[in-house]
Write a protein that binds this ligand. Structure first.
Ligand code: ADP
Length: 490
């Protein structure tokens, strides 16, 4: 080899090596950055959890010692802190779902103009409360139907509109909608405090909050992170234009295709379950919460089930031996006892013929969860969930009321039907529901409705009516119902 070519060859090899080193260094930097980001994220989560937790802890201790003079004020702080934690958990679950790739989108034909009107209706009260005009600017012609995941699209729009309202003190919030060639552009325009250019990038990161002291405007700093992630998994893009003091414009672009043929109306639903065919079935409930026992008894007895209940493991096992029930509904947490162990004993004594369904307020994590059950229901649950579970476990055929929609709530299900002792409790939940309707916090509304259902069997029809309004997204009807319950209870 000529000396010149040797030097070239050596140089070539040296360059390749240098390139490889640079590549590895870059990969290492990226891995370290990702690791640091994860550590920072976890530190932020811990920080975000700690302050409301401290408030709850501190105020609860004061009340316990009888030192808190203003117990009501303390209770409010505790409730607000608990709410903050609940939002945080919801946000984190959403983020985990998106990050873990576990979020799947539905594709439904939604009525586009109605969808937009409902959005406006949901945020109207919130805007009104701050004296802001809430405006929908849309072209006269919009497709009647578009394909979208309504829940996720709603979540994106509510996040942006609620932020616009939150960070605006005077003027207006406008949702401008354009639709051309299957491409929908939503622009949320506010006349609020605006965002400095140097902050525009980081507000999309979890827990990043800018502008004004913390606490001045409530929030956990996860909304935009979730919004951006959702827009991306929907295949769209989100952009921000803003300047301090000049308001903000968040623009979301999404392909929302128009169905070629308008979808047919949904098939009429089956009537409400009123009983079942075949021999009488026996159900044993094992739960240490009397309110819960009462609710489940109140649901199942009118359908013709023979229902017996036990409040601890020993009496549950004894009753099972005596009654030989068809189905046991067993709570996982039985005070100091463990529902999974009860299930194991039941299985050992009664074999596979006995159907065992576990109930729990927590998801069935693998640790500690047994394998001796046939079904699992997470509390709080809707009546239909229980009905579907019983059907699948006992293989029974339901008798349904003709014509009426499934789970149709009876018309006379207002506060008048509530026993006097629970009316004030229901009224308190209703006040909370009215508040949540204003901020459009659907999951929290569902939880409040479940709490009403858990008060007493007589409250279940009311809860069912509220659930029906929520399911059809008729938040106005839901708020009216809540208001009437409060008026009746007063
Ligand atoms: P949160 O609203 O819970 O604080 P977000 O992730 O939704 O969390 O928003 C992050 C931050 O971005 C907010 O704290 C705020 O500083 C800023 N921001 C979001 N939307 C707006 C807006 N419309 N106007 C001004 N600032 C905004």
């Amino acid at each position: 080899m000529m000396p010149g070519r040797i030097t070239n060859w050596l140089r070539g090899e040296g360059e390749a090596e240098a390139e490889a080193v640079a590549r590895l260094a870059a990969a290492k930097d990226a891995a370290e950055a990702a690791n640091e980001a994860k550590t920072r994220f976890l530190a932020s989560v811990a920080h975000e959890i700690r302050s409301p937790l401290n408030a709850i802890y501190g105020y609860a201790q004061l009340i316990e010692r009888g030192e808190g003079k203003d117990a009501l004020g303390a209770a409010k702080v505790i409730r607000r802190s608990a709410e903050h934690l609940a939002h945080l958990v919801e946000g984190l679950l959403d983020i985990a779902q998106v990050e873990g790739g576990a979020m799947s989108l539905t594709r439904e034909a939604i009525r586009f103009p109605e969808f937009l009107d409902q959005l406006m209706a949901m945020l109207e009260l919130q805007a009104q409360a701050k004296g802001l005009a809430l405006v929908l600017e849309r072209p006269e012609r919009l497709p009647e139907f578009v394909h979208a995941d309504p829940k996720r699209l709603r979540q994106v729009m509510i996040n942006l509109l609620a932020n616009a309202i939150k960070f605006t003190d005077h003027g207006s919030v406008t949702l401008k909608v354009d639709y051309r060639n299957q491409l929908a552009t939503f622009t949320v325009i506010d006349t609020g405090i605006g965002i400095a250019p140097e902050d525009a990038g980081r507000i999309f990161a979890p827990f990043e909050r800018v502008g004004g002291p913390a606490g001045e405007r409530p929030g956990v700093g996860l909304g935009l992170a979730i919004t951006q992630a959702l827009v991306h998994i929907m295949g769209g893009e989100i952009r921000l234009e803003s300047a301090p003091g000049e308001g903000s414009r968040f623009m979301v672009r999404l392909m929302l295709s128009e169905p070629l043929t308008p979808p047919s109306e949904p098939a009429p639903q089956a009537g409400a379950v009123t009983g079942y065919l075949g021999r009488e079935r026996w159900v044993l409930l094992i739960d240490d919460e009397p309110a819960h026992l009462a609710v489940v008894c109140g649901l199942l007895e009118p359908l013709g089930f023979q229902v017996r209940s036990a409040r601890d493991a020993a009496s549950g096992l004894a009753l099972a031996a005596q009654l030989q029930p068809d189905l046991v509904l067993c709570d996982v947490a039985l005070g100091s006892e463990n529902g999974w162990e009860v299930a194991a004993q039941l299985r050992r004594r009664h074999g596979a013929a006995l159907r065992i369904v576990m109930l729990s307020g927590e998801a069935p994590v693998s640790e500690g969860a047994g394998t001796d059950h046939d079904g699992f229901i997470m509390k709080p649950f809707a009546f239909d969930t229980l009905i579907d579970m019983i059907e699948s476990q006992l293989g029974i055929e339901w008798v349904r009321a003709a014509g009426a929609p499934r789970a149709a709530p009876p018309e006379l299900a207002g506060a008048a039907a509530l026993p006097r002792i629970i009316a004030p409790l229901a009224a308190a939940h209703c006040a909370e529901i009215e508040r949540l309707v204003r901020i459009g916090h659907v999951r929290a509304i569902e939880a409040e409705i479940d709490r009403i259902a858990a008060l007493a069997p007589e409250a279940v029809p009311l809860a069912e009516r509220m659930r029906a309004s929520l399911d059809s997204f008729d938040l106005k009807a839901l708020a009216n119902l809540a208001r009437s319950v409060r008026a009746d209870a007063a």
